[in-house]
Design a protein around this ligand. Structure first.
Ligand code: BJW
Length: 236
């Protein structure tokens, strides 16, 4: 571990599960009551905006009831103390990493607390419901949509992510099933450039064979222990 300088950490819904936010594909998964194509595509938004807005309004409201857990706090500590490059790439649209204090963070699938105007392209921090079609603060048109990357849309900041993957010595994947691309392919990119790859999850992810090492268990236990290990090694 002592020769590690640059770290990329990919997080998924599993890191927020112990805070009380549902994952996507589990038995109690978020989409159990909704078919993904009914809520998570641009076509669904055009076809049934009331359903899509209700789904995201409910999830945005739920953020007020949950708190970061030990995994978010441990990653924020690593972010604060790690002297080399570090980038937390989250697929999550919740705000629990930043509420724990992480700053070297990007949301590749967007954010629940951001609105994107489909008319003028302006993005705004947004905490209120959108189902009642409020006007865009910039252009006045009632065309706000959740600032979320739907299926078929390009995830955010891919150039920055690719550059970080090309430079990292350690790639860590936490609480993601590896079912959704391009995130599911990051491990192969990082390995291609020579990084060690560690996954932490309740069960092996779809791309488990690509990792150098797998640790199975709840993120709230595995992540703090791993962060201690990484920071402890530096001090040794
Ligand atoms: C725990 C735990 C605990 C539980 N501790 N662990 C055919 C082949 C390949 C690709 C495609 C294809 N057809 C279409 C595509 C592309 C498509 C895709 O991947 N589809 C797949 C379904 C096959 N991808 C896209 O369309 C993306 N865009 C795109 O590809 O653009 C073109 C492009 C080209 C070239 C370069 C780059 C781009 C966009 C994807 C958008 C995904 N959006 C969503 C919704 C976001 C909004 C919302 O939240 O509603 O993002 S989908 C959903 O899945 C969400 C998540 O971020 C994402 C990943 O889910 P995640 O986080 O892995 O959650 P789960 O539930 O699947 O897994 C949780 C895991 O945690 C489990 O493993 C548990 O075991 C574990 N766990 N408790 C530790 N306590």
């Amino acid at each position: 571990m002592s020769d590690i300088r640059n770290i990329v950490i990919l997080t998924g819904a599993g890191v927020s599960a112990e805070s009380g936010l549902a994952t996507f594909r589990g038995p109690d998964g978020l989409w159990e009551g909704h078919r993904v194509e009914d809520v998570c595509t641009p076509e669904a938004l055009a076809r049934n905006p009331d359903l899509v807005h209700a789904f995201y309004d409910a999830r945005r409201a739920k953020l007020g009831e949950v708190q970061p857990n030990a995994a978010h706090h441990a990653l924020a500590r690593l972010d604060a103390e790690w002297p080399g490059e570090l980038l937390i790439v989250t697929q999550n649209v919740d705000d629990l990493h930043e509420r724990a204090g992480a700053t070297r963070l990007l949301h590749m699938h967007g954010e629940l607390k951001s609105a994107l105007c489909a008319a003028c392209g302006t993005r705004r921090r947004w905490e209120a419901p959108m189902g009642d079609r409020p006007p865009c603060p910039a252009c006045g048109k009632p065309r706000l949509r959740p600032d979320i990357v739907f299926f078929g849309e390009m995830p955010y900041q891919m150039e920055r992510i690719d550059a970080a993957l090309g430079r990292c010595d350690l790639f860590v994947s936490i609480g993601t099933s590896g079912a959704v691309y391009p995130a599911a392919g990051f491990v192969r990119t990082a390995r291609h450039y020579g990084a060690w790859a560690l996954e932490m999850n309740l069960e092996p992810s779809a791309g488990s064979i690509y990792f150098s090492e797998s640790r199975m268990g709840p993120a709230s236990e595995l992540v703090p222990a791993w962060v201690k290990e990484v920071l402890g090694d530096r001090l040794a």
